[in-house]
Design a protein. Sequence first.
Length: 308
Amino acid sequence: MDRLQTISLFTRIVETGSFSRAAEMLDIPRPTATNAIKELEARLGVRLLERTTRQVRPTHDGMAYYERCVHVLSELDDAESSLRHVAANPRGTLRVDMHGTHATKIVLPSIAGFHQRYPNIDLVISSGDRLVDLVREGVDCVIRAGALRDSALVARRLAVMPQVLCASPDYLTRVGTPSHPDDLANHQMVKFFSSSGGIDYPLTLVVDGVSKDFSPGGWISVNDAENYVLCALRGCGLIQLPRFHVEDDLAAGRLVEVMAPWPSPDMPLSALYPYRRQLSPRVRVFVDWLSQLYAQRFKTHPETAAST
């Protein structure tokens, strides 16, 4: 195997945690993969992978080497993709990071359609709410909700998501249903914080045409959207989030909307990717597909790319 093939093999092993799966993806024999990595480690003079009977994982040096390899392969793919015939049928690995809720409720249910249209793109999807260093971690694109802060990234608006303030019937029976924004001072909220910044997000309502923040007390804080909803379902307090996330719970009566006369402001959702002179065709077609997907889901018109 040449050096580029070996690098590609190494990245697949790290991503899949398996020599066998990586070899199968690259259509090479398992012994060939094993020997190639042994030769790579011998040439570099370091151990890149820890092998057990259950899994394969990178060493500290292996992870550092992996991050550099991902960057090299990404640059090579982009160089090849600049050719017109390749741009019409993009290929290669596309690494995307998004909140788990968006993955499970919106993106992944329709992902087979994307694959059918672009069969030569291999997707690697990670989920979380932490800030991702796209360049260092080799991530091509992230989907993020809320106000955008990173001016080094290019952003494309995907949707504007209606939000809702709600709580469980059990909580409202015990504490009462707030009938005015001033009543929120006597209530509890499930606090939500960013794992990267440690910030508790307030509740926000539109009062007399102006967005106003409220910070009721609360005895539990989480940094995961699923746990946020679960806490509300268990009567821990008020929550505020995009309506699509809890529409089934609202319809079934497991959660109840409150403060409807004072609406929650809509939350913007954007795709972000590093600035490049020429956008990778893989990223472009995926973001175009996402734009149409979210436009259908939220009945909005996709916006063009703009630098944040």
